[in-house]
Design a binder for this molecule. Structure first.
Ligand SMILES: [Zn+2]
Length: 97
């Protein structure tokens, strides 16, 4: 199956968003990648330690799309990236569907 977010190719996703998008665009991209099967997958090695970009609470992102346990802020990282610095924040008013 082409257009996998793990391979870095964005040209099969039908829009300009892709694994190198930022902010909400990236979060929405990961949410919809592979019909929504990517977002709940566990990240290798237990996930990434990060700081919530909404409330500054520390938490561990264990799936490719995850929420801050304190404020519920939605964060995501594309599987193609391998470090916490690539985690994107969807914004305070974003709610997972
Ligand atoms: Zn938070």
């Amino acid at each position: 199956m082409a257009g996998c977010p793990s391979c870095g190719s964005a040209d099969k996703h039908g829009s300009q968003s892709g694994p190198f998008s930022t902010g909400r665009e990236l979060v929405e991209f990961v949410c919809s990648a592979h019909d929504g099967t990517v977002k709940d997958q566990l990240i290798d090695d237990g996930g990434y330690e990060t700081t919530c970009q909404g409330c500054n609470a520390s938490f561990t992102l264990t799936t490719f799309v995850g929420k801050c346990p304190k404020c519920g802020g939605v964060h995501a990282i594309a599987p193609v990236h391998k470090s916490a610095e690539h985690i994107q924040f969807a914004g305070k008013d974003f709610v997972l569907s």
